[in-house]
Design a binder for this molecule. Sequence first.
Ligand code: ADP
Ligand code: MG
Length: 535
Amino acid sequence: MALAFDEFGRPFIILREQDQKTRLRGIDAQKANIAAGKAVARILRSSLGPKGMDKMLQGPDGDVTITNDGATILEQMDVDNQIAKLMVELSRSQDYEIGDGTTGVVVMAGALLEQAERQLDRGIHPIRVAEGYEMASRVAVEHLERISQKFEFDVNNFEPLVQTCMTTLSSKIVNRCKRSLAEIAVKAVLAVADLERRDVNLDLIKIEGKVGGNLEDTELIYGILVDKDMSHPQMPKQIEDAHIAILTCPFEPPKPKTKHKVDIDTVEKFETLRKQEQQYFDEMVQKCKDVGATLVICQWGFDDEANHLLMHRNLPAVRWVGGVELELIAIATGGRIVPRFQELTPEKLGKAGMVREKSFGTTKERMLYIEHCANSKAVTIFIRGGNKMMIDETKRSIHDALCVARNLIRNKSIVYGGGAAEIACSLAVDAAADKYPGVEQYAIRAFAEALDSVPMALAENSGLQPIETLSAVKSQQLKENIPFYGIDCNDVGTNDMREQNVFETLIGKQQQILLATQVVKMILKIDDVISNSEY
Ligand code: ADP
Ligand code: MG
């Protein structure tokens, strides 16, 4: 695109390959963009809340994902409209910053767009709408702060944390086991948390899954899990206070290279060669024993003869361990990876309180648990489930729960869920609108109405009458001036979200409102779209 001037000094725009491009300007551009954003939001709307629907997405190779997580749905949807991509990005940034609330943020943005369209139809300039939204979002965020509550918990009393994680999990496919999964998530976060600095490094929590068993068998391991077994079935299955040699060099006698020629023409010569090899390996084993290793973990394999010898010399070993896992083991156990056998020294051994091999069911599947490692607080959540889709979705759900627990450790404030916080904000924003004399007040009112769309969607998805339910709850909040009333999605019989224990983190909710407003403002400010038209 280039700007040029004609002979009268009037500017005009030159488009390369003009006839292949389409161009939308002014109000048409805004309308088209709004429509695209709304379309994406409409897809997610039915996934919101504890009774929300799940989506099944088929990838290009025919792999199927079933999920309820907004960020995942959008990520896999392969949209090619640029505005729709912004919505995907929006969901992703909520996922990145907060972890939970990825559906809600898109629903919110969709509602804001819908309201914006109405304001444009009334003839209000997009910039005024954007400014009104900005003011309204500030009011809403402040109001959230005001109605938030401090949440007290400590390492011994982590029940409140579990309750909040359960709210997150209740909208997922795995809600059957939400209690146990929430407990696992909270324990995992507390295990790696630095409560003094109020920081949690989620990288220390590894999530592993293996098909088989039940969701109920999901467990938390205070250590790391390696999908390998002892190299010989007769080796001990359990090693206490293990000293681990971590080798990336071959654990066997050097093989003659093809370049060398070894002439073996008699039986004696063969025997001596064999003896020599055996002795060489024997010395290697002895060396391991001398430095005090009680377990050897190797990146490479060794042959059956060596394996047999190891078993005889009573030195358990694990072979064919991947590089990434090896590194993790080294970090966790405080050991050093030994790239050359000669360099093996006692200081380089890693230490773990317990290494055990566990087998599952009737299958021959075995895994190695390395627990109570010397150096690190790293934990592993080991998920079991009937099929891969279930395990993948459980991983995503647990990730949400972990994020919620982490956010609560960072900031103890919570607001009430089930749309309660949104309704309270809507009332506050509506009240604030009167204070603004300008045209913005229409936009601010529109913002308040958009906030209502979250509880409406919750009600709709639970099979309730959206408008009736919303207005009942809203009047209840107004009358009693209590921001705890929300939508009773599970038909418990009360609207009081305190009683139902439906909480969300304050920062999560604030982030939702801020991010949604930002994106909508951005979309409203685009008034010229030039794109390659399709042929
Ligand atoms: P998101 O990806 O945005 O987290 P969810 O599908 O997890 O979407 O739905 C979250 C919404 O559901 C929140 O508004 C939350 O308050 C609400 N919610 C969760 N559990 C309940 C419940 N038991 N009763 C009412 N609302 C709930
Ligand atoms: Mg959620």
